[in-house]
Write a protein that binds this ligand. Structure first.
Ligand SMILES: Cc1cc2nc3c(=O)[nH]c(=O)nc-3n(C[C@H](O)[C@H](O)[C@H](O)COP(=O)(O)O)c2cc1C
Length: 174
């Protein structure tokens, strides 16, 4: 049996939900992460910033873009997480400007030598995982990147079968 951990980053705040903006109780990726972890009965870990992005979508957009452009060393909450204890990580993130948010980049940079297998799951506003998968391979050159699950954040409620099929295809559940 593989030792797995779901690791995710999600914006806590306002999101575009189908046809309007709304402050969500939890982000789309957080919701999906909990569903996957519950199906796998795995550990789960949230990448948290010391100074989280603003609730406002517009402000988050501006700061999120600035951090990516400047490759800012955003500060993450300290953790004793030892990824060597796991065979694989199920890594979840929202697509931000075609890639993953800066906190994910900083996290991967801190842990790249411990990561063996990565199973990415991605939510977006409708765009493709774009270059985030290439960026993932560059961030963790020693890791094996498995086929990704890519879903639209605001229609996750319709995607149960797709989630189970992805886990089965990756031999994570029977
Ligand atoms: C800063 C920012 C940048 C985004 N960039 C993209 C993008 O390039 N392509 C896309 O399809 N969606 C984009 N989105 C939408 C999110 O990927 C989508 O709403 C996602 O499901 C949000 O997940 P979360 O609630 O877990 O943060 C962006 C959202 C934010 C806040």
């Amino acid at each position: 049996m593989k030792r797995l951990i779901v690791i995710y980053f999600s914006h806590q705040g306002e999101e575009y939900n189908k046809d309007h903006f709304e402050v969500l109780k939890e982000g789309f990726t957080a919701h999906l992460a909990k569903e996957i972890s519950s199906l796998l009965k795995s550990h789960i870990f949230e990448i948290k910033m010391v100074h989280p992005y603003p609730v406002s979508y517009k402000e988050c957009l501006a700061l999120g873009q600035e951090d990516l452009q400047k490759n800012s060393p955003v500060e993450l909450e300290k953790t004793k997480l030892d990824l060597k204890a796991f065979d694989g990580i199920i890594l979840g993130y929202p697509i931000w400007f075609g890639s993953f948010p800066q906190p994910v980049k900083v996290f991967l940079n801190e842990h790249k030598d411990e990561v063996k297998d990565i199973y990415p799951f991605i939510t977006s506003g409708g765009g493709t995982p774009a270059h985030s998968l290439d960026d993932l391979a560059s961030s963790c050159p020693k890791a094996q990147i498995h086929p990704a699950l890519s879903l639209v954040g605001s229609s996750l409620d319709k995607d149960d079968e797709q989630i189970k099929n992805w886990l089965t295809k990756n031999n994570l559940i029977n």
